[in-house]
Design a protein around this ligand. Structure first.
Ligand SMILES: O=C(O)CCC(=O)C(=O)O
Length: 344
């Protein structure tokens, strides 16, 4: 096979040709040369200084392209006020579920909620952050848990005219060392870094075939994109990983269905805003397809066992319900709507 042809086939996979050529190892199989990257291709996430709502929509949202707006939170009261200490000072008595004593892994969803979940006050939680113990996280808690804080944000300056019914604003407050694990969501995401720094890795949706998805939750990956184990997960060599560090004031746009993971390198406060139209259920089909046969069997089992028979399942850390359970509820809701038992 022509060497150049193979290189360009791989390069069409999101990357530009020149860089892939730099990264490849060539070897011969059955008398024909073929080219195999020795490690994933890495790219910086584009940064811009400023974007109007219209520019954001046309240049990034519509094409589904990630971007970081440096200092995108300039002038927001949240940037001025928020830190772990601020939440202790102003919301010490708020009681909420947190995750503690987090495992030292880039794939936290290999572990289970029950072993790490506690309920405590915000005051105690912030003390835990500063105690210097294992990482702990208030992950994906609605900003509404903290009265008076939502008006300190201004995501509307970017999303104001964008139609859609989904908006949700979630806080992520935790110690250095928290790790989200590589996953994707169905929502367009504006991720504001308020305090501390985080390392971010993103991969386009078409990279799923290199990402060794979980069998029971196909939107989760077994890969650590920062430091992939190429002996165990050799296909990751073909992936293109977009990287950056987000700092206080940065806003990162993560398009829906893009794989992402974030690791806090310092004690951190972040806030994300899901907005616009979420991905339709049929847009998830390619992820189920790349999950493969074993995954389909596991999902069918969970549909029947945990969905239909309602046998309890163990909730994974930083993870939704198993896909089989989600599909079961989707099917039940569709049947109820069909027979007028539920509003559309
Ligand atoms: O910051 C994190 O740890 C995770 C954030 C995330 O996964 C998200 O915004 O969707």
């Amino acid at each position: 096979m022509d060497n150049g042809l193979e290189v360009s086939r791989m390069a069409s996979n999101q990357s530009d040709l020149g860089a892939v050529k730099d990264d490849v190892a060539t070897r011969s199989v059955m008398g024909s040369d073929f080219v195999r990257p020795s490690h994933p291709t890495r790219r910086p996430i584009e940064r811009v200084d400023y974007l109007s709502g219209e520019e954001f929509e046309n240049r990034f949202l519509k094409p589904g392209k990630p971007v970081i707006i440096s200092n995108g939170m300039a002038g927001w009261m949240a940037l001025r006020d928020w830190s772990p200490a601020y939440f202790k000072q102003n919301h010490a008595s708020v009681s909420l579920r947190v995750s503690c004593d987090l495992p030292d892994t880039a794939v936290p969803s290999h572990h289970f909620w029950a072993d790490h979940s506690r309920t405590m006050t915000m005051g105690d939680f912030v003390d835990l952050i500063y105690s210097g113990g294992r990482p702990c996280y208030v992950d994906a808690r609605s900003v509404h848990f903290f009265p008076g804080e939502e008006p300190k944000l201004n995501f509307q300056s970017l999303t104001g005219k964008i139609p859609g019914r989904q908006t949700k604003t979630l806080l992520w407050i935790g110690s250095a060392g928290t790790h989200s694990g590589l996953h994707f969501d169905r929502y367009n995401n504006l991720f504001g870094q308020v305090c501390g720094t985080k390392v971010v890795c993103l991969l386009a949706p078409d990279q799923a075939r290199y990402l060794y998805q979980f069998n029971d939750v196909v939107q989760k990956s077994n890969i650590d994109p920062e430091n992939p184990d190429l002996a165990r997960f050799p296909k990751v060599r073909h992936a293109t990983i977009w990287e950056a560090t987000v700092r206080p004031g940065d806003i990162l746009f993560i398009p829906k269905l893009w794989w992402h993971c974030l690791r806090a390198t310092e004690h951190s406060v972040s806030v994300n805003h899901w907005f616009g139209q979420d991905a339709a259920t049929r847009a998830l089909l390619p992820s189920f397809w790349t999950g493969g046969l074993l995954s389909w069997i596991v999902i069918a089992r969970d549909f029947f066992w945990h969905g239909f028979l309602r046998r309890p399942f163990r909730q994974r850390l930083l993870c939704e319900e198993p896909n089989g359970v989600w599909l079961y509820h989707l099917a039940i809701h569709a049947i109820q709507r069909r027979f007028g038992l539920r509003r559309a």
